[in-house]
Write a protein that binds this ligand. Structure first.
Ligand code: ARG
Length: 372
């Protein structure tokens, strides 16, 4: 990779570029909060580090966030840039301290979509958390050797899980020559089934950040025999741990994830955590709980059969939810009016709070959908 100082002639040029992005792309949070005085006051080595962090938002002006951390300590080292972006994203006002506490107690409560409507029993539900080990750089700064070493470190932990009656399954590696290698066809199948992550080389945001480098080395997925519990290795975070189920019982989904995360974490060295930002993730959108919980809700009336997500997006945003199509990130068509909803905040909210927000939001949207 070309170093940013050689790539672009002068800091002034970069500052001008960022300022032009701020005007043309007001949604780019990096550009919105980038402070030229702060940048100019940094020494050269810190400037270079900062430019690597924001490179993705400069090379992809349409970014919503526009920055990825490369080391867990980046959030503290460059807090004057990150903090306003993080407050903006997670909706934390300036006068409220950012604190992260963890609470999974809702996983043992009763929380079933069936209580909203008896028809909501086969809803596609997914919840994941991102995790990174304190001992490794974040994926954007990992070398090929780091990626291979990281995967090698996971294999014994997966071997233990394999013998667990509830989480037993298999590890499928994308690393060429791996003893656990998955064939190309089988991989494509898993991608189509939304179990496995897509080829990261096709994501320009990740490319600019170095997160997709050395693809597919050190990448893979553990999947339980029941096909409902997965651990991704080497995607945007070193680990993404998730449960996916069709049904309505949100509490059961959370409970399964909580059990799996605890069991797996016990087999690993410590995760990277920040004093105020909770679990450290590559993307500032995921800090805190690092949890994204989503479900697919049929809203044909509100979306005009899936043709227009605008009105739902507006209603959902007031409920703290983000809406997208069911084809994954950056997909916006809601096929047949089915949309993916998920609480936007992951930081300054507990795991139970995320689950409650999803349930309450689904109930409110369902009422709106059926009001007319
Ligand atoms: N880096 C992209 C952007 O700034 C994605 C941000 C959120 N998504 C994510 N997968 N982290 O728009």
């Amino acid at each position: 990779m070309v170093s940013p100082s050689a790539d672009v002639n002068s800091s002034d040029q970069i500052l001008n570029k960022i300022s032009a992005i701020r005007t043309a792309h007001p949604g780019n949070l990096m550009a919105r909060h980038f402070n030229a005085e702060y940048f100019n006051a940094l020494d050269q080595s810190r400037r270079d580090r900062l430019l690597e962090i924001v490179r993705t938002g400069i090379e992809n002006p349409d970014s919503q966030m526009g920055a990825y951390a490369r080391h867990a300590g980046d959030y503290e080292d460059f807090n004057p840039l990150f903090e306003p972006m993080i407050r903006d994203q997670h909706n934390i006002p300036h006068d409220r301290e950012i604190v992260q506490t963890h609470d999974w107690s809702a996983a043992t409560s009763t929380c079933n979509l069936e209580s909203i409507n008896a028809a909501l029993t086969e809803v596609s539900m997914r919840v994941r958390v991102g995790r990174n080990l304190a001992d490794f750089p974040l994926p954007g700064a990992m070398t090929k050797q780091h990626r291979l070493d990281f995967e090698a470190l996971m294999i014994p932990a997966f071997t233990v899980l394999q013998n667990d009656p509830l989480f037993g399954g298999q590890y499928l590696s994308l690393t060429p020559g791996s003893a656990h290698l998955i064939e190309e066809d089988a991989y494509q199948h898993r991608v189509a089934a939304h179990q496995m992550f897509k080829n990261m080389d096709n994501d320009p945001y990740l490319n600019s950040a170095g997160i997709s480098s050395d693809w597919p080395h050190g990448r893979g997925m553990y999947i339980s025999g029941q096909q409902d519990f997965m651990i991704w290795v080497g995607e945007e975070d070193q680990l993404r741990i998730m449960t996916i189920k069709p049904g309505g019982d949100l509490a059961a989904l959370f409970s399964r994830l909580h059990d799996g995360v605890r069991k797996f974490a016990d087999l690993l060295p410590p995760f990277a955590q920040s004093p105020c930002y909770g679990y450290v993730t590559s993307c500032p959108t995921n800090l805190g709980t690092a949890m994204r919980a989503s479900l697919h809700l049929p809203l044909p009336n509100l979306t005009q059969g899936g043709k227009d997500l605008g009105p739902v997006q507006e209603a959902a945003s007031g409920l703290g939810l983000a809406v997208r199509g069911v084809g994954g990130e950056h997909s916006d068509a809601g096929e047949g009016g089915v949309v993916d909803i998920s609480p936007r905040a992951r930081l300054g909210i507990t795991e139970s709070g995320v689950m409650q927000c999803l349930y309450d939001g689904a109930a409110a949207l369902w009422t709106l959908e059926n009001a007319g």
